[in-house]
Design a protein around this ligand. Structure first.
Ligand code: HEC
Length: 132
């Protein structure tokens, strides 16, 4: 009986250690900005600079995009849909936009079919958050 109890005790302690480990780990949806940079380089950089005050390629620079009102980079000729979007880019908005840009902003000039892989989206959003 004693042995049984102490084994159960060890099991509870083990579960607590495991729980503490899980609590310390980042949430599953937090992306890896390093991986996100790779995604950016292969899927976005042909049209977007990531630099502060960076040039227009086909799209505006994405420096500071998280927290920036949509359609507001000076000197960029946005579509009327993007100019009138009326929201500010947040992680959640990007998570909706990136898989299907023209689903969220009808008539957008961003001719990009969309990024479907949820891990790549999380990584990319983590990277975009570093551009500030
Ligand atoms: C083929 C070129 C092209 C590609 C590839 C592209 N974009 Fe764009 N993007 C644009 C254009 C053009 C606009 C302006 C859209 C408008 O005015 O409707 C834009 C707009 C945006 C905006 C809104 C910017 C603002 O100032 O409101 C975000 C955010 C964005 N793109 C993110 C991305 C990300 C992230 C990727 C990579 C997954 C990407 N884009 C790939 C061309 C592109």
């Amino acid at each position: 009986m004693d042995r049984l109890l102490s084994r159960r005790g060890a099991g509870v302690a083990g579960a607590l250690v495991l729980f503490a480990g899980l609590a310390a780990a980042p949430p599953a949806s937090a992306g890896d900005p390093g991986q996100g940079h790779t995604v950016f380089a292969s899927r976005c950089a042909m049209c977007h600079s990531a630099a502060k005050g960076g040039p227009t390629i086909l799209g505006p620079t994405l420096w500071g995009v998280v927290g920036r009102p949509a359609g507001t980079v000076k000197g960029f000729a946005y579509s009327s849909g993007m100019k009138g979007a009326g929201f500010t880019w947040s992680n959640d908005r990007l998570r909706i936009y990136l898989p299907k840009p023209n689903g969220m902003v009808p008539g957008t000039k961003m001719t990009f079919a969309g990024l479907k892989n949820p891990t790549q989206i999380d990584d990319l959003i983590a990277y975009l958050n570093t551009l500030k």
